[in-house]
Design a protein around this ligand. Sequence first.
Ligand code: NAD
Length: 472
Amino acid sequence: MIKRYQMTIGGQPVTADAHAQVRNPANTEEVVGEAPVATAGHLDLAVEAAGKAFRSWRNSSDAERVEACEAVAGVCADNAEELATLLTREQGKPLDGVGSRFELGGCSAWASYTGSIGLPDRVLEDSGERHVVQQRVPLGVAASITPWNWPLIIAIWHMVPGIRTGNTVIVKPSPFTPLSTLRMVELINEVLPAGLVNAVSGGDELGAELTSHPGIDKIVFTGSIETGKKVMASAAAGVTPVTLELGGNDPGIVLPGANPERFAEDLFFASMVNSGQTCGALKRLYVHETEVDAVADALARFSANVPMGDGTHEGNVLGPLQNERQFKRVIELVEDAKNRGGTCVTGGKAAGGPNYFYPVTFVTDVSDGVRLVDEEQFGPVLPIIAYSDIEDAIERANGTRYGLGASVWGMDEAKCDRVAAQLEAGTVYVNKHAEIQPHVPFGGIKHSGLGVEFGREGLAAYTSIRIINKTA
Ligand code: NAD
């Protein structure tokens, strides 16, 4: 019997006439469950419920909002094993490693931290003439649209700052990974007032209907650049504020003389986290031409000891690609690179079977102009690109439409800092990559996004400024 999951609207479980099956990417013969396919009518109900809840939640006290964030953190902690197991079965990431349990731990940590910060009123002037105060007020109903790579933590990143600042939220998960989000929102509704957090599931068209719905006051979207542009266009009709966290093609530059053995493990996980399906993963690595082989060998040696397999089996560290579209795309990019002279130092071919596993693959003898370098691969494949002149490497690193993260790796801190200062990205790392923290604003520049999440700057994105100006 295949389990049917439910949406949550106004605190109530809601089903639909149509359902979509979700399959396990580690074994595509297994149906994990079914998600309701929401209609326009469901969406109207969700907007109405969130709007009704907003009319009282906007007046909630700071203490009530902190309590709500803590309650969400508690739900994620108390139900971590159930949610992690479901997440592994629908998303593919292992329970272990930087996998589902890690993601659930992050959900609690982010919810709790977000509760601990706030946006208190600021007195801008208190003079003999006037008293001027800046307040941060909620926007209303926030629409959250999430991707399939880190579905739960991204939903938390959207929802919790929303309710912390007095908004209510409607989450629409990716059609590839809706089940764990539906379940998490159901559990959260056991501890929060009805209508604060709602979940509707459906295909891409539901996302388009949600972002263009006249009852939406804020859109927070995480996904691809192409969809992000559509979201921004549909937000224009209502002059709706948007936060866009979009794709990346993060470069890393290894300076000459860096010790490959010392950096191999960090470079490996920076690029292979979640089998490369991470927006802020390292996606192309520039290495001095005399050291490409040493770096590639060190990475290949390290990868030999990293098990990939069914994520429900304890001990596996890497899982499959999440869906067929992504699986085919990674194959296509590697085959194209091979045809353009690329060498797979390791990997380079899927083993086959009813699954989307693709092996860890390091590709040398490729350069800018090859699709694997120019485009976001979003898989366990890293091109290692030779450079001879560091200024040229910096120019190539910056020479794309992307601008999420970038990194520089080397033994001499001053040299690293000099390169870091020239890299164009929302976050520039030195001797690491893909690290995020709840108090550090995170976002992309150029086509990689608009606005930031996390910290006070992230909270501010769910508010507008109201000035109270009085004569003294
Ligand atoms: P996607 O853009 O295909 O889908 C994301 C979400 O948008 C899904 O829920 C989808 O149903 C919905 N959607 C599709 N069409 C829509 C439309 N017209 N209007 C509104 N919503 C619509 O992205 P994906 O393939 O699920 O995710 C992978 C991408 O997400 C990668 O590019 C990755 O880099 C990016 N990403 C970015 C971040 C970040 O923080 N910058 C984080 C995670 C993922």
